[in-house]
Each structure stands twice: as structure tokens, then as C-alpha cells.
Design a protein around this ligand. Structure first.
Ligand code: NAP
Length: 242
């Protein structure tokens, strides 16, 4: 069976995606940045249900660490056929006029450079074909005003990367698609300074509820699968109708 790398798989959407991919038969490389314990828990969960997984630490925004992570993947018996670029960060809610260059660059380094580097290394290895899903955000369409326009802009760049790369590698048998989640129950909102954000704003959504990480994972796994064999350069909105 094939190998899948999920970045930021220790928590949230990445965690749910890793678990679902393992159920589909992939060996899953569970990337994380700092939380080794959470990554180990994901690996243990997968193994306990008969799946195959291992944890691999790397800061996706660091070129040398990304190269070292892919060198670990090269040692696996299975070929890499699936990449989920999911590791993403945001910082405390703020207006644009209060943003520092240091903060903007940190967001772009993880959310944009990190996605580019992992795409680059994955494409080099997907000679027999493969699929990439980039986890963007509804924020790329909505701009996240008064909250984190820097984060929203990073997701705009992810969308453009997805479109451009999809066209570059389509003839090589590599599909590249994106998902745009809206308000999903994860720990990311605590990083923005408001752990209860989903429940505060959910009534403004057409579906009037937040989404679960597993609902996003289902879309990612479908886009990676042969069921989506004619889909590339596309985006699935997972935002409750917003
Ligand atoms: P989360 O719960 O905060 O988890 C973030 C994950 O990313 C963790 O596994 C974390 O690892 C990892 N990570 C952070 N920086 C990293 C780095 N430099 N290198 C490698 N891994 C790193 O986030 P989430 O809500 O699941 O978000 C996942 C993706 O969905 C992100 O791209 C986010 O922008 C997108 N998204 C989320 C929502 C939402 O409502 N939650 C909405 C739209 C889009 P550690 O555990 O080691 O820190």
C-alpha cells in the first residue's frame, strides 16, 4: 500500500485526516512541530486499530527540516503517493495596522513557504503519480477582517499555489486540490486568543453550526482517492454554506 504524509497531524484537522487515511489502508507519516506526545497518541490510536503510522518531527517552514523529513520517508518500503499540506498557524486577533513584520513573516513562513517546500519534495517523489491536498481556509475568500488578515492572505497564497502547481504537474499524473474549511472545532481558535470562537459566531453561518475535523478529513481523503481521479486544481468549501 501507499505512504501518505500529513503535516500538522498531531492535532485537529490533520489528526482526523491521518486517522481516516490509515483506515483507508495508507501508511501515514504523522508530522508534528512541538507536541510529540500528541503525535505519539495519533500513532498509537492508528496502530491500535490495525493501521500503520509513524511520527516525524519537522518545522515545515524550515527547508533543512523538511528535507530531513522527506529523507525519513524515503526509507519506508512504500512509495509516497499522497501529501496533505495542513500545518498552519495564526496569532491573536488584531487589525492590520497593528501587525508587525515579524508576525506576518512567521505566518507566511509556516503557512506558505511550508506548503511550497512540502509540495516541492513530494512532487520530486511522485514519479508514478500521486495526489496533494492543500488545506486552505474560507478566510482566503472572506479576508478575516479585524481578526487575522495576515492568515487570510497566507491562505490566498495557498489557493494560488494549488492552482499553479495543479497545472504544472497534471500531465505527470499528479493531482493537486484544495479544501477551504470554515469554522471547525479545533485548538487553533485558542491560538487566536478566543477558544470559544466557533460557538460565538456559529449562528451567523447558514448551517448555524461549527464543523468537526472529521467532516474536513472526509473531503481530503476523497480528493486523494481514485474516486476523485478527474479532479485537479479544484477547491471544496467546508464552511457550512458561508
Ligand atoms: P490546530 O488544531 O491548531 O493544529 C495545528 C497543527 O499544525 C498541529 O499538529 C501543530 O503541531 C502543527 N504545526 C503548527 N506549526 C507547524 C510547523 N511549523 N511545522 C509542522 N507542524 C506545525 O489547527 P487546525 O485547526 O487543525 O488547522 C489545520 C489546518 O486547517 C490549518 O492549515 C488551518 O489554517 C486550517 N483551517 C482551520 C480552520 C479551523 O476552524 N480550525 C478553518 C480553516 C482552515 P504541534 O501539535 O506539534 O504544535
Amino acid at each position: 500500500m501507499a505512504l501518505a504524509l500529513v503535516t500538522g497531524a498531531s492535532r485537529g484537522i490533520g489528526r482526523a485526516t491521518a486517522i481516516l487515511l490509515a483506515q483507508e489502508g495508507y501508511t501515514v507519516a504523522v508530522n508534528y512541530h512541538q507536541n510529540a506526545q500528541a503525535a505519539d497518541e495519533v500513532v498509537s490510536l492508528i496502530k491500535a486499530s490495525g493501521g500503520k503510522a509513524f511520527a516525524v518531527q519537522a518545522d515545515v517552514g524550515d527547508e533543512a527540516q523538511v528535507e530531513a523529513m522527506f529523507a525519513v520517508l524515503d526509507e519506508q518500503p512504500e512509495a509516497l503517493t499522497a501529501l496533505v499540506n495542513n500545518a498552519g498557524i495564526l496569532f491573536t486577533q488584531s487589525r492590520v495596522e497593528a501587525l508587525s513584520a515579524e508576525r506576518i513573516n512567521r505566518v507566511l513562513k509556516t503557512n506558505v513557504t511550508g506548503y511550497f517546500l512540502c509540495c516541492r519534495e513530494a512532487v520530486k517523489r511522485m514519479g508514478q503519480g500521486g495526489a496533494i491536498v492543500n488545506v486552505s481556509s474560507a478566510a482566503s475568500r472572506l479576508g478575516a477582517p479585524f481578526e487575522y488578515v495576515d492568515y487570510a492572505a497566507s491562505k490566498g497564497a495557498v489557493d494560488t499555489l494549488t492552482m499553479g502547481l495543479a497545472l504544472e504537474v497534471a500531465a505527470q499524473g499528479i493531482r493537486v486540490n484544495g479544501v477551504r474549511p470554515g469554522l471547525i472545532y479545533t485548538e487553533m481558535h485558542a491560538s487566536g486568543g478566543e477558544p470559544g470562537r466557533v460557538d460565538r459566531v456559529k449562528s451567523m453561518l447558514p448551517m448555524q453550526r461549527g464543523g468537526q475535523p472529521e467532516e474536513v478529513a472526509q473531503a481530503i481523503v476523497w480528493l486523494l482517492s481514485e474516486k476523485a481521479s478527474y479532479v485537479t486544481g479544484s477547491f471544496l468549501e467546508l464552511a457550512g454554506g458561508k
